[in-house]
Design a protein around this ligand. Structure first.
Ligand code: CS2
Length: 502
């Protein structure tokens, strides 16, 4: 049997031809189901996370009202439109670990709208009575959130564009679309949809509410009040390490499972989602598929803190330190005992003390699981993926931990070393003099400041949007950062690490 192109017609043949068990959707799709979820920002993470939970609900629990309509707002989403469009929106997910690979075909994405093709179709979909939840994975920069003032970056040209009534038919940003979608619902006497952020940000639901209501206030204060009073924006902690799909992943899918898929996903077996039970227009029974639904917002905040500070914080040193040391993949970095010890000691001796206790969660076990997950070689998690967009990461995953450590709990020098590794990474040259690409929405400003500052971190720390004022005024912090930057610039990361490892 040759390789079969993934599509509805070939599905059963794909399943019977597989030499190892392969799960395929056996539920109805297309017009037979309702699309209760509209998801903006269909990338690898969404397809490895929310879409997997929804697939399980449809496959094993008879859910038919919450299929997903994917939406792409950005020009680069054209690739996803074409890939999914060519295969009836089916795709394969391969879970890899040392134990082997398990492949499953997902059918929960039922259709896809590419906004540049037809913006009205997206607004109409948001306003449709069958839409109950609008979920988001739009990355930190998609929120136009000022970390320092906690306000909407209303002066941003894209936000300005969407605020101009002349552009009502052609919004660009998520908030432009959500605003018009909400307006349609109100006109029809419907409830607002729940806006469910699945982005990796502390307080993602609260930020989403704040940004959307702020946007709406600048257009129509009355609608803003309606959204604020009636809308629900659950906070959530989301977790699954999902590398970018590589050409080799497609080749091995064809070889191992006889499937030709334009854009499969390779990920780890682990997945977790803790979400606040706060939905204004109904929700599927997520708890049936292992989602932790919690009543108390404080609990979600605690879970988020654990995850962002331990997982994403550790990822930061692995990625920036590892890239500077010349590595390509996360597991390779973890194979170097200097790095794996550093990661462990940073978690245990610096981060842990800043974390709240959560009933039923053993932080040491959580840290051990993280080390195993980081060391999972078959997923081939690329450092550049994690390095990208550091302005959305370091200020969230490292700086608040430093602030708490320095003023409340104790040691913080490894955290500073991590931040310093990012500052040095901005130059785009590794410790052996090889150049690499730096991807960041603030690239120009960062590089100008990094060059002007040299081993003095102050130039970068002066970016108030990212770093605020408090840390910059703390002498111990600035001294520790300066030492780390000097060491990395002079000796490179690998030679500096022994000073930070006991
Ligand atoms: C990574 C995350 O890009 C990053 O910063 O740390 O994408 C990470 O893989 C996920 O948060 C895991 O849930």
């Amino acid at each position: 049997m040759g390789v079969l192109k993934l599509n509805s017609k070939n599905l059963s043949q794909i399943s019977t031809a597989a030499s190892v068990p392969l799960e395929i959707p056996t539920y109805q799709r297309g017009d037979a189901v309702k699309e209760g979820i509209v998801h903006i920002g269909v990338g690898g993470f969404h397809r490895a996370h929310l879409a997997v939970y929804v697939n399980q609900l449809m496959q094993n629990h008879g859910v038919t009202d919450y299929a997903i309509c994917g939406v792409g707002l950005q020009p680069f989403d054209v690739g996803m439109r074409d890939a999914l469009g060519s295969q009836d929106h089916l795709y394969t997910i391969v879970e890899r670990s040392a134990k082997g690979s398990v492949a499953k075909v997902m059918g929960s994405i039922n259709s896809y709208l590419f906004a540049p093709d037809n913006r009205e179709a997206v607004i109409a979909k948001l306003g449709h009575p069958d839409t109950h939840i609008v979920s988001l994975t739009i990355t930190e920069s998609g929120y136009y959130y000022n970390e320092n003032t906690h306000e909407l970056q209303s002066e941003d040209p894209d936000i300005q564009h969407d605020l101009d009534p002349a552009n009502d038919k052609a919004p660009k940003t998520t908030f432009g679309f959500l605003y018009h979608g909400m307006a349609r619902r109100r006109e029809q006497g419907l409830n607002p949809f729940t806006v469910m952020s699945c982005d990796n940000m502390q307080g993602n639901g609260a930020i989403t509410r704040n940004m959307l209501v702020s946007f709406a206030r600048l257009r129509n204060p009355e609608l803003a009040e309606w959204i604020n009073t009636n809308g629900h924006f659950p906070n959530a902690m989301v977790d699954r390490i999902t590398p970018q799909t590589s050409a080799a992943d497609k080749v091995s899918l064809a070889k191992d499972f006889n499937i030709e898929d334009s854009w499969p996903i390779v990920t780890e077996p682990f997945m977790q989602w803790v979400i606040e039970d706060h939905f204004c227009d109904g929700r599927p029974p997520f708890e049936k598929v292992g989602v932790q639904i919690v009543k108390n917002v404080k609990n979600v905040e605690e879970f988020e803190k654990h995850k962002l500070r331990l997982l994403n914080g550790s990822h930061a040193i692995i990625a920036y330190g590892g890239q500077l040391a010349g590595y390509k993949y996360v597991h390779e970095v973890m194979e170097n005992p200097l790095f794996s010890k550093f990661v462990w000691q940073m978690m245990q001796e610096e981060v842990k003390a800043t974390l709240p206790e959560i009933a039923g969660v053993n932080i040491d076990e959580y840290c051990k699981t993280l080390v195993e997950r980081f060391s999972n070689p078959p997923i081939m998690d690329q450092l550049p993926r994690i390095c990208s967009n550091g302005t959305g990461k370091i200020p969230q995953f490292i700086m608040p931990t430093i602030a708490e450590a320095i003023w409340v709990t104790g040691p913080f020098r490894r955290l500073c070393f991590t931040a310093a590794a990012w500052f040095h990474y901005i130059h785009g040259v590794d410790d052996n003099g090889n150049k690499f690409e730096v991807v960041d929405p603030m690239l120009e400003e960062l590089q100008t400041r990094a060059r002007a500052g040299g081993t003095n971190p102050m130039e970068l720390l002066k970016i108030r949007n990212l770093f605020g004022d408090d840390l910059r005024n703390d002498k111990r912090f600035v001294e520790t950062m300066t030492t780390a930057l000097e060491e990395i610039s002079r000796d490179g990361v690998l030679k500096s690490l022994p000073k930070y490892v006991d």
